[in-house]
Design a protein around this ligand. Structure first.
Ligand SMILES: [Zn+2]
Length: 288
């Protein structure tokens, strides 16, 4: 304890110093596929450049199916997420045991998230805005905002040492325009290889992209490819989840590449440094 207390008297002001180690990136989403959909391509490129990347899902995703039991689904989605993490080349996919559709910005969740963030000590966090479509997404955004300031408060969760790093926070893409539309500050053009890895990762979430989401969207089962048909699966996922977002954004911001992931800087974190901006600028990027 004395060690922790000694370390905890220091506020976390530290920014990324490339001489001290790789950039640490944490993507915090509500469900075990949200970090993937909104940041999977960027994560694959950052990991390839040497960043340490961790995905966190604040719920276990146990409501996202029409034909499975909640327990079986939670187990299945855990396995799918671990397989996806391998496809992106990231370090870890953490999944909280909160039930899907029941996430609340409680003190206990604030403490649990604080511990997970402090233990990894990310320089960069990506998460949902607080006016996204799903209650779990909004609660996730709220929890990250609530935890971010408290990361450097010594008497908050004193059992976990305060890391030197203070994170900058970026919002993941959403399509909500009220009360205010998302305004991207970072547009990451995805290389062909990153798109391939993104598709390979999303394809691991069979329960979602080939079962639940097509059901929820009213797509006829005969129009959904078999999981064994790799090309059919990639085309299907590209058409329904990449084209309307990543391709739309690449065109909107005038990139010559086909796909882009966009992020908005949050006022809850610190400003990114020049070194961090340069590292995030992979390989065709617009920084507003
Ligand atoms: Zn979600």
């Amino acid at each position: 304890m004395s060690d922790s207390n000694e370390r905890n008297i220091h506020y976390c002001h530290g920014m990324w110093d490339p001489a001290e180690g790789p950039l640490k990136v944490m993507v915090i989403g509500a469900h075990p596929d949200d970090p993937d959909v909104h940041c999977g391509g960027t994560a694959a490129m950052l990991a390839e450049k040497g960043a340490r990347v961790v995905f966190v899902a604040m719920t276990n995703g146990d409501k996202g199916h029409h034909a499975m039991s909640a327990d079986d689904l939670a187990r299945r989605r855990f396995g799918e997420a671990q397989a996806a993490a391998k496809a992106y080349g990231i370090e870890r996919y953490v999944i909280f045991d909160n039930h899907d559709c029941e996430l609340e910005a409680t003190l206990e969740n604030r403490r649990r998230l604080t511990r997970v963030i402090r233990e990894f000590g990310p320089h960069v966090i990506f998460t949902h805005r607080c006016n996204d479509y799903h209650a779990d997404h909004r609660a996730t955004g709220q929890l990250v905002m609530d935890a971010t300031y408290l990361l450097g408060v010594p008497l908050w969760c004193p059992e976990v040492p305060i890391p030197k790093e203070k994170p900058c926070v970026w919002y993941l893409r959403d399509a909500f325009s009220k009360p205010v539309e998302m305004s991207p500050d970072l547009v990451v053009g995805l290389s062909e290889k990153a798109v391939d890895r993104l598709l390979a990762g999303l394809a691991c979430h069979v329960s979602q992209f080939l079962e639940w989401l097509p059901f929820d969207m009213g797509i006829r089962p005969e129009d959904v490819p078999s999981p064994d048909d790799a090309k059919g699966v990639h085309d299907f996922i590209f058409d329904h989840w990449i084209r309307p977002r990543a391709c739309f954004d690449a065109k909107r911001f005038g990139l010559s590449w086909e796909c882009a992931e966009v992020f908005e800087l949050s006022e809850y974190g610190r400003e990114p440094t020049a070194a961090e901006r340069a590292f995030l600028a992979v390989p065709q990027t617009v920084l507003a």
